[in-house]
Design a protein around this ligand. Structure first.
Ligand code: HEC
Length: 467
């Protein structure tokens, strides 16, 4: 009787829902061992020729259930049922013995880079509609924002069928507005705050020319219900814009816990230079929306107190250097004017007074690329790649890429690796091309790189595998 109760309790904790051995392997094991079992930078291969745990299926099952002491190979007997473990063991043995399984899987792709062989799998390939941003709660659960005004839970890359309700409605009349970036509070585990940026209007959400601007809120998600919503940043209607586009918006929490966010120029280039307007800026606030006392434009005439930098056309990627703490940001420029910058307090990045680009119709925006008092980019891309997310390499899976910056591109459908020496670009390497418009990049708790793409709407997982 006692045993039965224990089994009953444990079986409630199993997280899988009767997937096959292969599905479970891909969900729970491939992030560290590779979908092809070749091993990654942190594990050895599970293929027979390199396998130390060679002896028997029983031994394999024991290893999976009990883990490998003093390694990241945890005991799986709490998370996976005995039949799931058995099915995974069967799949591993099958894979080891059958050459065709290794060769024919169309969902796995290998790409070469100068440091690693990259294994690319479609981690989430169904159900997404223009996903914009991803945040991981833990190695199984992630939150995704979609431009059309949805937040979704993903469990092991599969959409949670229960929708999150009670969210605000974004202004979707303009093709580029909607839900944008999300962020988790640095103390999310304790307080549950989720930050969200979206295009907001007090008029008709679907009217193309409604007065609208990016609004920043936070809320908590409890039982699929968005609640406790608080407004952190919103401008009055006289600062909103009709027929705008280029809304931003990317979030970053720095080491001190300040929240940074960007708003694009909303096709009002000149206003990017005006600190009393909210367009074309980067902002800094406390997580509750209050304004840091030492913000650079505080008490300066009509300036908005949250402004941190000016002259930013459309910052779509922000990431903090893991060692220096410097904040790097990508700016989606005009034709030929995509930029990479370092964020400095009170700095003016020059848009549209100076730029390396021309307008997309070919007309000249400015003859000038330099001006006293305005920042020069670290680098710029001509032609424009339509640069979007930026993410410094984190975690242990890619040690050879330590402190490199990855950037993603929409139009060019690229992920690039940028090797940095202080403020100089030493090298740029094209890692991935043509897999969709790259909207977001994140390193997950498992150390893998996750790439959020639009058209096709997918999330790819990339791990380095051994040759
Ligand atoms: C967080 C990373 C991680 C995850 C997830 C993970 N492993 Fe491991 N695994 C390791 C490490 C590290 C080792 C020990 C070093 C090695 O042998 O590669 C290991 C060892 C093993 C071994 C022994 C290999 C040998 O050479 O003897 C087996 C078998 C194994 N893992 C199977 C699995 C299975 C099946 C899953 C999924 C249920 C899984 N692992 C999930 C990291 C992981």
């Amino acid at each position: 009787m006692k045993y039965l109760i224990i089994i009953a309790i444990f079986s409630f904790q199993y997280v899988s829902f009767g997937q096959s051995g292969k599905e479970n392997y891909l969900i729970y094991c491939s992030g560290c061992h590779g979908a092809s079992m070749k091993g990654t930078s942190s594990t050895t291969s599970l293929l027979k020729e390199n396998w130390t745990d060679e002896s028997s299926k029983e031994k394999l099952i024991k290893t999976i259930k009990e883990g490998v002491p003093n390694t990241k190979m945890l005991a799986w007997n709490n998370q996976l049922s005995p039949s799931d473990v058995n099915a995974i063991a069967d799949y591993i043995i099958d894979f080891q013995e059958n050459e065709h399984l290794k060769l024919e899987d169309p969902t796995i792709e290998y790409l070469n880079s100068s440091e690693y062989k990259l294994e690319v799998v479609e981690w989430c390939s169904e159900g997404l509609e223009v996903p914009w941003a991803i945040e991981f709660i833990d190695s199984h659960k992630a939150l995704v924002s979609e431009r059309n005004g949805k937040l979704k839970w993903l469990i092991d890359g599969k959409e949670d069928p229960l929708p999150i309700v009670g969210l605000p409605k974004p202004h979707i009349g303009s093709s580029t507005g909607g839900f944008m970036d999300i962020a988790l509070d640095p103390n999310y585990d304790k307080n549950g705050w989720v930050y969200l940026a979206y295009s907001q209007t007090n008029e008709d959400n679907e009217a193309k020319d409604a007065l609208a601007l990016t609004k920043i809120i936070r809320g908590k998600i409890k039982d699929h219900q968005w609640q406790n919503e608080e407004t952190l940043f919103e401008v009055s209607d006289d600062l909103k814009v009709r027929n705008g586009n280029r809304w931003g918006c990317r979030f970053l929490f720095d080491k001190e816990g300040y929240l940074f966010f960007s708003i694009g120029d909303m096709a009002r280039a000149e206003d990017s230079q005006d600190p009393s307007k909210a367009t074309g800026k980067v902002f800094r606030i406390y997580p509750d929306g209050s304004i840091p006392e030492d913000n650079p434009f505080i008490n300066k005439g009509g300036a908005l107190a949250a402004v941190y930098s000016l002259g930013n056309r459309n910052v779509q990627g922000i990431s903090m250097h893991p060692e220096t703490g410097e904040i790097w940001m990508t700016e989606h420029g005009p034709k030929g004017g995509d930029e990479l910058n370092i964020l400095k307090k009170g700095a003016n990045y020059g848009w549209p007074v100076i730029t390396y680009g021309v307008d997309y119709d070919g007309s000249i925006i400015s003859e000038k690329t330099h001006q006293e008092g305005m920042e020069q980019p670290i680098t710029y891309w001509t032609p424009s790649i339509a640069v979007c997310p930026a993410e410094f390499v984190e975690g242990e899976l890619f040690p050879a890429w330590k402190n490199n910056l990855l950037v993603g591109a929409l139009a060019f459908q690229e992920v690039r690796r940028i090797v940095i020496d202080q403020h100089n670009i030493v090298k740029q390497e094209l890692l991935i091309k043509g897999k969709g418009r790259v909207r977001d990049l994140k390193f997950g708790p498992d150390g893998a790189l996750y790439i959020v793409t639009n058209g096709p709407d997918k999330i790819l997982r990339v791990v380095p595998v051994q040759n």
